[in-house]
Design a protein around this ligand. Structure first.
Ligand code: CO
Length: 164
């Protein structure tokens, strides 16, 4: 198991656009496994290659349920509908969380580790995680999309934001 260093805050790599993956080899599988280990050891729900210094279009996610961890290569959002506001945080952005509006349902086309083309329709929390990770592949952080907090009377509870 190899834990990778997570790039943070002002690290300029976080603003770069990642390249499509073309070689589906052992090196890619190893990176995916290292990313999953790194994500889980930091209690994250998602991670993008750029966050560990690899400018490849690869993301991992894990909702911490019985389904386990997943990898998507070259993910593209094919369809998006609805909208939902919720709090987000990021393993690459320290001590910040905020409200972000995301589609409530998306369909993502991607490749698996063997290069096979797949499609997944996700809603609610998973839609949010995938949108957040796919943004990373284009150098976009959730802080770019943060919207103002609602009035405190409306939402007196401390928000819970998962890091991705
Ligand atoms: Co993030």
């Amino acid at each position: 198991m190899a834990l990778l260093t997570i790039r943070k805050d002002e690290d300029p790599i976080l603003r770069k656009v990642s390249r499509p993956v073309e070689k589906f080899d052992e090196k890619l599988s190893q990176l995916a496994q290292d990313m999953i280990d790194t994500m889980l050891s930091n209690e994250g729900v998602g991670l993008a290659g750029v966050q560990v210094g690899k400018l490849w279009r690869i993301i991992t996610y894990d909702q911490h349920n019985e389904e386990g961890s997943f990898v998507m290569i070259n993910p593209v959002i094919k369809q998006a509908s609805g909208s939902c506001k919720d709090y987000e945080a990021c393993l690459s952005v320290t001590e910040t969380y905020g409200l972000v509006e995301r589609p409530s349902e998306i369909t993502v086309a991607y490749q698996d580790l063997d290069g096979n083309h797949q499609e997944l329709t996700a809603d609610e929390n998973l839609s949010r995680i995938l949108c957040h990770e796919i943004d990373h592949l284009d150098g976009v952080l959730f802080i770019d999309k943060m919207i103002p907090e609602p009035d405190e009377d409306e939402d007196p509870e401390e928000p819970i934001a998962e890091e991705a």
